[in-house]
Design a protein around this ligand. Structure first.
Ligand code: GDP
Length: 364
């Protein structure tokens, strides 16, 4: 599955947030199977209101949302790239995630020590980014030496990889993250293979005091501005509020949310943003037994999408009967959509769209 790592300096609220996520997951566990939780790994359901609509029209007995994994990666401090704190362990953990939720402290509280002495989330972001970039510089510089020899020997693949690595090195030496490296689509795979920490997509999570949960504060505004300039995403959340919501019975949440001025838990937004950050989209299967959401990467073609359900579906793929979400709902379900001519027969080159309701035909 896809993994989103939660990182940040100490005392910014990572554990509080992670615990809220896993408590929410635990509360969901009764309804949703396959919820496994390890100490620092939590799987959560991706909230999607479309599921309820589809299940209503499809008269499904059960709803099964798709899931996203969060990993709490503690131990990042200034100097991690030089082995400070949990140093290498921490960096190895980041290598294994697909995207980063970077929690920054935007709340004032004299009782909670700030490791850098003051509330300055943009400076904190730079501290962490610097550690990631230093680690990348170090690993690239080591690898480039060996590769240069191979490339000089005339190996074409080595030359191309070296070229890609040199472009990353140039950026990193300017203090810019590797995710900004300009690359051709056919280089994406090799680029991902480099495993550079600063190449992972980042979402900034601004942990604000309770009173600013709905509006954000001046510190989170600075982060939002920076994110905008860098073409990144940011969300405002109050870890404290989320930790309180997470332990409330579901039927009491609405009143609590109203009281703090929120329309939904911040965690729901965080999960959805994490999902989007990973470039993931959802397609659905709808039947009397269940309405279910399935996760694919944007751009996935029908056979590979079918393979997410079962490898046999991919191997024996014949075609996909497809109804767009809006058509399914507008015509009151599959039968109505079919009558209205909204059911499409799609072949193996069809690129699945977010919200597609699919039925796969396959041969054994
Ligand atoms: P971590 O080191 O980043 O995992 O941070 P923790 O989640 O352990 O939080 C560090 C301290 O900050 C704890 O005492 C939390 O109770 C406190 N804390 C976390 N979030 C908030 C918040 O939104 N407001 C306030 N006032 N304290 C918070």
């Amino acid at each position: 599955g896809f993994k989103c790592g939660i990182v940040g300096l100490p005392n910014v609220g990572k554990s509080t947030l992670f615990n809220a996520l896993t408590q929410t997951a635990a509360a969901q566990a009764a309804n949703y199977p396959f919820c496994t939780i390890e100490p620092n790994v939590g799987e959560v359901a991706v909230p999607d209101p479309r599921l309820d609509e589809l299940a209503r029209h499809g008269k499904s007995a059960q709803i099964i949302p798709t899931r996203l994994t969060f990993v709490d990666i503690a131990g990042l401090v200034r100097g991690a790239s030089k082995g400070e704190g949990l140093g290498n362990q921490f960096l190895a953990n980041i290598r294994e995630v697909d995207a980063i939720a970077h929690v920054v402290r935007c709340f004032e509280d004299d009782d909670v020590t700030h490791v850098e002495g003051k509330i300055d989330p943009v400076a904190d972001i730079e501290t962490i980014e610097t550690e990631l970039m230093l680690a990348d510089l170090d690993s690239l510089e080591k690898r480039v030496v060996a590769l240069e020899k191979k490339a000089k020997g005339g190996d074409k693949d080595s030359k191309e990889l070296l070229d890609l690595m040199m472009r990353a090195l140039v950026l990193l030496r300017e203090g810019k993250p590797a995710r900004l490296v300009e690359r051709r689509p056919e280089e994406e795979k090799a680029f991902a293979g480099l495993g550079l920490l600063s190449s992972k997509p980042v979402l900034y999570v601004c942990n604000v005091e309770e009173g600013s949960a709905a509006t954000g504060n001046s510190a989170s505004a600075k982060v939002a501005q920076r994110a905008k300039e860098e073409g990144e995403r940011s969300v405002v959340i109050s870890a404290k509020i989320e930790s309180e919501i997470a332990v409330l019975p579901l039927d009491e949440r609405k009143d609590y949310l109203d009281a703090v001025g929120l329309t939904e838990p911040g965690l729901d937004r965080l999960i959805r943003e994490g999902y989007a950050l990973l470039g993931l989209i959802t397609y659905f299967t709808v039947g009397p037994k269940e309405t279910r959401a399935w996760t694919i990467t944007a751009g996935t073609k029908a056979p590979a999408a079918a393979g997410v359900i079962h490898t046999d579906f991919e191997k024996g793929f014949i075609r996909a009967e497809t109804i767009a979400y809006a058509d399914f709902v507008a015509h009151g379900g599959e039968a109505g959509a079919r009558e209205a001519g909204k059911l499409r027969l799609e072949g193996k080159d069809y690129v699945v769209a977010d919200g597609d309701v699919m039925h796969f035909r396959f041969a054994n």
